[in-house]
Design a protein around this ligand. Structure first.
Ligand SMILES: *Cc1c(COP(=O)(O)O)cnc(C)c1O
Length: 490
């Protein structure tokens, strides 16, 4: 690391540790074995108390919240699995980096540390910091979108779709057929259907397709990964038509880990190296640093094209800030830079992916229907499958998520008819699926917390036939799931 880099707090200890390790290896006497227990590859340095509540307190809190988990005070939640966005625990070295933050308006040393950390993994010529992912999306599509344009993706995340549509462009999801099948065990269910992409570009005309997006991992479709082979194929289609390819790279490290684990010929590679190959196939990217970069806030937009970057920067100055800080403080830039380095650690990623699978597989063993294979950042319960007596228009996902809160103080998120059921003409339709998402914040909960979640889910599943549906008493015309109020049906 060059001048101005965060101090390496371990530098004086490394030679001693290396010598101890060499000596230990020389004298190993027991048979080397691997152990089944997934341990958290960290120990706890600062604790954050959890507040226990009684079933009566929870029943009162959720009633007052209109049976909408978004309306709860987080103080009344014991295990918060609403989202993995910005909810992770920062490391000692990230907190140290925060103290290193330089708040100069222009050309802060923290900016250079951030830029170098980003380009080490994503070697794009231009990096533009933003306050979070959707700000990068807004800038990207306000430059590249517009009426008459169509933006294909494997699956657009909801803020991505909203930002495409806000410019008058059309957002089209082209995930592979396996990705739409809840039961398929296909290892790369996030892949983009390249034949459909080629057809769409031919049908609409290259001049109406300003950019192709690939979301890694595919958040809206269960956190499923995209293979390197698929990215190469998408690149080839984009090259054939002369259309740029951008990654929505929020979960780049989890995606690269799945490639290493599941894709032929990738097993021995460094995750950082796989990430660089993913980046080399794209012309640019958007990022939410609240996901894999292990920060509580932040994001960026990056690209290679100079003219495009200039348009992005002009927009950035208008709505986010000067190009060397975007929407962020110098200390945030430092925390993100350190987080990106930690995100590609194999010990961390092995723990991350295995511990999410641990929850999902345990639930599946107890007979609770879950979306398979288990994705990187969340486990999705099939509420319609578990509660067949509750019709979709009585919101089985809402019923299950309220029950998990009442039973054990767990906050989850409905992804089903409450979220997607309201049509633009005001009528209601069942969503394709009624799921409940248990999103796992990074490095935040221990295995005993997760064992508790398993126990609570099991208890709720045992009483599933007694759960009731809900009706909506108040709702907004758009994105109603955030603010709607409900009433249990008798
Ligand atoms: C979270 C997310 C975004 C938006 O990022 P924010 O930081 O929440 O604005 C975009 N795409 C994907 C895939 C995401 O998961």
């Amino acid at each position: 690391m060059g001048d101005g880099a965060a101090p390496d707090l371990n530098r004086h200890r490394r030679p001693a540790l290396a010598a101890m390790w060499a000596a230990a290896q020389a004298s190993v006497t027991c048979t080397p074995r691997t152990f089944r227990t997934i341990i958290e590859p960290f120990r706890i340095h600062a604790v954050e108390p959890l507040r226990m509540t009684t079933p009566e307190e929870r029943a009162a809190a959720i009633r007052e919240a209109g049976y909408n988990l978004f309306n709860l005070s987080a103080r009344d939640v014991l295990i918060d699995l609403l989202t993995d966005s910005g909810t992770g625990a920062m490391s000692r070295d990230q907190w140290a980096a925060i103290q290193h933050g330089d708040e100069s308006y222009a050309g802060s040393p923290s900016w250079f540390i951030f830029r170098d950390a980003v380009t080490e993994l994503f070697p794009f010529r231009h990096v533009i910091p933003t306050h979070q992912g959707r700000a990068a999306e807004r800038i990207l599509f306000s430059v590249m979108g517009g009426p008459g344009q169509v933006v294909p993706s494997n699956t657009h995340f909801d803020t991505t779709r909203a930002n495409v549509e806000f410019t008058g462009a059309e957002a089209v999801d082209l995930v592979t057929a396996e990705g739409r099948d809840l039961t398929s065990m296909y290892p790369f269910k996030g892949n983009l259907d390249v034949a459909a992409l080629d057809e769409l570009i031919r049908a609409r005309g290259r001049e109406h397709v300003p950019v192709v997006m690939v979301t890694v991992t595919n958040n809206s479709a269960g956190g499923q990964p995209v293979s390197l082979a698929n990215l190469h194929e998408v690149r080839a289609v984009c090259d054939r038509h002369g259309v740029p390819l951008f990654l929505d790279a929020c979960r780049f490290a989890e995606n690269a880990w799945f490639i290493r684990e599941r894709e032929e010929g990738q097993a021995g590679r460094e995750v950082a190296d796989i990430v660089r190959e993913m980046a080399s196939l794209a012309d640019g990217m958007t990022m939410s640093a609240k996901k894999d970069p292990l920060a509580n806030i932040g994001g960026w937009l990056a690209c290679n094209d100079d003219a495009l970057a200039e348009s992005f920067r002009n927009m950035l100055i208008l709505t986010e800030g000067f190009p060397t800080y975007g929407g962020l403080a110098g200390r945030d830039l430092e925390a993100i830079a350190q987080g990106i380095r930690e995100a590609v650690s194999h010990d961390y990623l092995r723990y991350r992916i295995q511990s999410t699978a641990y929850l999902g597989e345990a639930l599946q063993r107890t007979g609770i229907p879950v979306v398979m294979p288990i994705g990187g950042h969340a486990v999705y319960l099939d509420a319609r499958g578990l509660l067949p007596h509750i019709p979709p228009l009585q919101y089985p996902g809402q019923s299950l998520s309220v029950a998990l809160y009442e039973a054990g103080g767990i906050r989850s998120g409905e992804i089903g008819t409450v979220m997607f059921g309201l049509q633009s003409d005001g009528t209601e339709q069942a969503a394709t699926m009624d799921l409940v998402r248990l999103a796992i914040p990074r490095r935040t909960y221990t295995q005993s917390h997760i064992d508790y979640v398993i126990e609570v889910c099991q208890a709720v599943a045992e009483e599933a036939s007694g759960l009731r549906g809900y009706r909506i008493t108040e709702q907004a015309p758009q994105l109603r799931h955030f603010t709607a109020r409900f009433e249990p049906l008798r």
